[in-house]
Design a protein around this ligand. Structure first.
Ligand SMILES: [Zn+2]
Length: 55
């Protein structure tokens, strides 16, 4: 995945990329400052993640 991991905020659904070497994939959301973040790299294995309806 080109050395990137993807994390998503459980609160505001913002998805962003972090360097694979960066361990900071937990903790407060950098966008809304709250909630919790979940690594979604596996879910982003194909582009359909962005096209399909979210559950
Ligand atoms: Zn957020």
């Amino acid at each position: 995945m080109l050395g990137l991991r993807y994390v998503a905020c459980d609160d505001c659904d913002t998805v962003w990329a972090v360097p694979a070497a960066d361990p900071a994939v937990s903790g407060p959301c950098p966008d809304c400052g709250g909630g919790s973040v979940t690594e979604v790299t596996d879910r982003l294995g194909d582009a359909s993640y962005f096209l399909a309806e979210r559950e």
